[in-house]
Design a protein around this ligand. Structure first.
Ligand code: ATP
Length: 198
């Protein structure tokens, strides 16, 4: 008998729409294996890594803190204002992240793997997954949630939302839309339902 094909779920959404809440539930309550793009991206630039070395060569050693770790805030300020530099940085980090996903997916025996990738569409990683889940909520909720969580002014929160592909565009490309406009209980019900939908 043929083995059922594995489900590789790409989990994404807009800033503050609830991806972390969903991936935390999938990992801790549903015991699903979750691979996290952000943690691989941090690993890519860890102290003494070849990519951090390239970053130092491009921006000077001042881009690191006294302890040798990358000064993320400084780097963030450079790339937030300069799309060419943003592209250069992504060309350094994305191949590393892609390779880590591939390694972990090949190693894993799990039937379902979730790839938590906030910038799934922007970083063109959709080819890695067999289905795409987009976590969505209304613009007002998104704004309110990130202002509260990150202690941002409305203006700062709007700038962050605008720097990403609009959530409506992501929803159009989704196989599954998880609507996080209501309570956590309703959010969790949708997750359970989609997991059982093979
Ligand atoms: P980011 O892209 O910025 O990492 P995210 O998509 O991972 O954001 P979360 O961190 O899961 O979003 O959620 C954003 C904030 O909204 C958090 O403080 C979270 O606790 C809260 N939140 C998420 N879902 C709900 C909900 N249904 N009701 C109320 N608060 C919620």
């Amino acid at each position: 008998m043929n083995e059922p094909s594995k489900r590789m779920i790409g989990l994404t959404g807009g800033i503050g729409t609830g991806k972390t809440t969903v991936s935390h539930y999938l990992a801790t309550v549903c015991h699903i294996k979750v691979l996290d793009a952000d943690s691989y991206a941090r690993e890519a630039v860890q102290k003494n890594s070849p990519i951090l070395q390239n970053i130092k060569e491009r921006y000077g050693t001042d881009i690191c803190l006294d302890n040798g770790e990358l000064d993320r805030k400084k780097l963030g300020n450079i790339i937030f204002n300069d799309s060419e530099e943003k592209e250069w940085l992504e060309s350094q980090i994305h191949p590393y992240v892609r390779q880590r996903f591939q390694e972990e997916m090949e190693k894993s025996q799990e039937q379902i793997i979730v790839l938590d990738i906030p910038l799934l569409f922007e970083s063109k990683l959709t080819y890695l997954v067999t289905e795409i889940w987009v976590v969505s909520c209304s613009y007002e909720q998104q704004l309110k949630r990130i202002m509260n969580r990150n202690h941002l002014t409305e203006k700062e929160a709007i700038a962050r939302i605008k720097s990403q592909l609009p959530i409506e565009e992501k929803v159009k490309k989704a196989d599954v839309v998880i609507d996080n406009s209501s309570t956590l209980e309703i959010l969790y019900q949708q997750i359970e339902q989609q997991l059982n939908n093979e």
